[in-house]
Design a protein around this ligand. Sequence first.
Ligand code: HEC
Ligand code: HEC
Ligand code: HEC
Ligand code: HEC
Ligand code: HEC
Length: 477
Amino acid sequence: MPLFEKFRENWVRPALFFGNNPISLAGGAATTASGVTMVAYWLVEIFGRPNDNPYLGIIFFLILPAIFIAGLVLIPIGIFLRRKTLQKSGQIPVAFPRIDLNDRIFRHGLDIVLVATIVNLLVVAVASYRGAAYMDSPQFCGQSCHVMHPEYSAYKVSAHSHVDCVACHIGSGAKSYFEAKVNGTKQLIEVSINRYPTPIESPVQNLRPARDICEGCHTPARFIGEKLLVKSTFADDEKNTETQSVVVLHLGGRDSLSHLTGIHGVHLGHIEYVATDSTRTSIPWVQKRNADGSDTVFASPDAGSSVPSGERRVMDCIDCHNRAAHTFVTAEDALNRSMAEGAISPELPWVHKEGLALLKASYASQDEAKSKIPRELEAFYRSQHPEVLTSNAQKVQDAADQLVTLYDENVFPSMKVTWGTHPNHIGHMNYPGCFRCHDGNHAAKNGTSITQDCAACHNLLAVDEAKPKVLADLGIQ
Ligand code: HEC
Ligand code: HEC
Ligand code: HEC
Ligand code: HEC
Ligand code: HEC
């Protein structure tokens, strides 16, 4: 017998005969449906617009292959079981039925596989499409996963609350796309087996290249020249005495002659650095590409003579705007801002001192903070200034509510995120920020150093002044 015929007689026909059972048919249908869906998806990937969602990876790299393999496994199991039953009742035929489309039994089996496949295909395809659309949304990324609670809370109140998480967190291009899939899948597994880091680590190593993300919306050509910054600070005295700082930041960018100037202009694309710690706070080595193409190296005294080992990066938006979408503030800044806006009335005696202490106290959970903060603020006024509770009860209530809100936006005991957990690199008051490099200690061979001259970055029009005259001159209250 020729090889092909032998194969058909001894393998294909018995397989089809025994395979005509519910278990094997279901297996076959599952395998074909998931297989066809995966192939269709890959074709879309290659020729169409790839979908930027990492969680699709869970469907296409975990669930569908699992169904595919489970289906494959079911087929021989069904065959084996049917063969055993038939053997027991002595019903195994001497000759297996021919493979013949006119054969009723064979056709019947084929029909079942076909119908089941189409139904499966529709179900799997619709489910994965709908699922993917849902999983693209910030609601899914931020809310269905409690681990993301801190980032989602900060995101909701940020300037970027209308930018999808995936726009920043998932790169375009095949490589970052694949990485994101693998990562998303890994993270979901970590969360489902309860083994994720608290707090979630930053910086995020596999973020989309900042310039791709940010410059999609913020064109460097349109960076404005100067930015006026007014900051209010309240003192820890009975009157909550207010002072203000007024600063004009030399933001710069690309001017009309295409020259790069100011804070934005000097760094972008020209500066490389080595960070020796995982948070990119310790930066002993910085290199600047000069206009003539030469390089100047600025090194701190502890850097040694060669390039230190560590993470080497070209500076981009995220080296300053690391908290663009998730700005956790300090307790002081949060309180000062709320008082400046009037959400916490500066008329309440000692409210700055008491509020700060309540914000910084340690609570086991947000729920505990929610019940304790209002209770203790009221207790303070009841014992020290009972007249406030009669004349200004509503303001005390509002202040307590606002303190709870500030706490909820910034402290997440369950994720071990508290005041200062995620440093912000803009500025230099609360965290090293700009002074990671601009500390006056990073020197080049020619004796110059990265400047710490206050005037290089801003004009200080007023520093902690009561009612600065300049604000009145500008017509700003
Ligand atoms: C505008 C861009 C942008 C958007 C939109 C955005 N992120 Fe982020 N995200 C970042 C950057 C940048 C970091 C890195 C922070 C750092 O290095 O300090 C980050 C960090 C994180 C981290 C790591 C922990 C941390 O706090 O640093 C998590 C988790 C996270 N983002 C989740 C989300 C979720 C969930 C959403 C949507 C609800 C989202 N992000 C939307 C830019 C963004
Ligand atoms: C999809 C568009 C989009 C992307 C992507 C985007 N932004 Fe924005 N960003 C905005 C919009 C819109 C505003 C202004 C919101 C407003 O005025 O309330 C804004 C405001 C800002 C501000 C000023 C407000 C603030 O929070 O201080 C900064 C700084 C900023 N973006 C930085 C970044 C950085 C850095 C990135 C990249 C990590 C980025 N943006 C990515 C749309 C975007
Ligand atoms: C060297 C640090 C640094 C880098 C790098 C940097 N920025 Fe900024 N940027 C600043 C500072 C400082 C401010 C003003 C801070 C403030 O508003 O409190 C600012 C302000 C902004 C604003 C707000 C302007 C406004 O009118 O309020 C936007 C938008 C912005 N940056 C976008 C970007 C983008 C996009 C990139 C990357 C292409 C980038 N920045 C890179 C330091 C930097
Ligand atoms: C990774 C290191 C690094 C960080 C972080 C950094 N810078 Fe710089 N910056 C440099 C280097 C290097 C130069 C060029 C110094 C030179 O040419 O003498 C520079 C130059 C500048 C200049 C121009 C100074 C001049 O005399 O012309 C300004 C303004 C500036 N930086 C502002 C900032 C601000 C604001 C921040 C924080 C938001 C910041 N930088 C963060 C490395 C850094
Ligand atoms: C490398 C740039 C840089 C240098 C040098 C620098 N600053 Fe600043 N400074 C900033 C930036 C950026 C901000 C704005 C931070 C923000 O957006 O909140 C700032 C804000 C301030 C503020 C506003 C108040 C506050 O609480 O944020 C004061 C005051 C200030 N700087 C004082 C100084 C003094 C004094 C010096 C000189 C010893 C100095 N700075 C040097 C970049 C710099």
